[in-house]
Design a binder for this molecule. Structure first.
Ligand code: AKG
Length: 263
């Protein structure tokens, strides 16, 4: 699935792109069932909030067939190949649970500094492409994005190991305030099945979820092949070292997405 010239322009300008209705109801149902299976497991790859509720299931594409099938989906792979101008490999795969009532925050951060400092990724030639498994609403902890912030490159960050169970290189309040004064904050929201892609240097975060509505999102992080990590310090299930190019496959269930793209 190729992005249009206009979408490429929007992505370059704003640093993110939201594509509603990419995955149909049947696909979403399959992915939700897969997420339920994954989160019912007791494994070291599943990180938990401080209260024990699952926060993130890393690398579940390695043991769950439905997740595995998603990795090569052309709706996810082709736009990133198009942007990077080369083939891609999987740097990370995860499902973030953001559970009803208990899902905790993701502090303000950019992705690239963590990939660079913790994994030795050379350049911001990698990106998250996310599939909404639940309806993402303004109330259930949607991703908050500062448009155009990717234009500032990698900003100074500090290692936060306290706020949540998951260590992250985060931005300070002054930095975020200045960026937000200029460009505000957006919360791309929409129905389950929507896809959100965002630049490695876009400033983003999300609030806790105190609603009864879970907000599960699958994140596939694809990196340009020429951008393989050189110094991983995190477990292999968080920063993969298999640099085999992903083969894009069409499963013919993408009519909704094509319609969304041409509208
Ligand atoms: O799922 C979320 O709310 C945030 C995830 C995120 O920011 C990340 O994985 O970098």
């Amino acid at each position: 699935m190729k992005l249009t010239e206009e979408q490429l322009k929007t992505f370059d300008e704003l640093g993110y792109l939201y594509l509603p209705g990419c995955f149909n109801a049947e696909e979403v149902a399959r992915l939700k069932a897969a997420a339920q299976d994954v989160f019912s497991e007791q494994r070291e790859e599943i990180w938990r909030e401080k209260n024990g509720v699952p926060r993130t299931a890393f690398a579940c594409h390695k043991y769950n067939q439905t997740c595995n099938a998603l990795v090569g989906d052309h709706r996810l792979v082709e736009p990133l190949e198009q942007l990077f101008g080369e083939q891609v490999y999987v740097h990370q795969f995860k499902i973030n649970a953001k559970a009803a009532f208990t899902g905790e925050v993701w502090q303000w951060h950019q992705d690239f500094p963590t990939w660079h400092k913790d994994d030795g990724m050379p350049e911001p030639r990698a990106m998250n492409i996310a599939i909404f498994l639940d309806d993402v609403m303004p109330i259930n902890g949607p991703l908050m994005i500062v448009p155009k912030s990717h234009k500032h490159g990698a900003l100074q960050s500090s290692h936060d190991q306290q706020t949540t169970s998951y260590p992250l290189w985060t931005l300070d309040n002054d930095t975020v305030t200045k960026l937000v004064e200029n460009n505000g904050i957006v919360t791309p929201t929409g129905k389950a099945g929507g896809v959100l892609m965002f630049h490695a240097n876009i400033v983003h975060g999300s609030a806790g979820n105190i609603t009864p509505y879970p907000r599960r999102i699958v994140y596939l992080t694809l990196s340009a092949l020429s951008n393989a990590i050189t110094n991983p310090t995190r477990p292999e299930f968080i920063a993969h070292t298999d640099f085999t190019p992903v083969t894009s496959a069409s499963d013919g269930m993408d009519q909704q997405c094509l319609a969304a793209l041409s509208s």
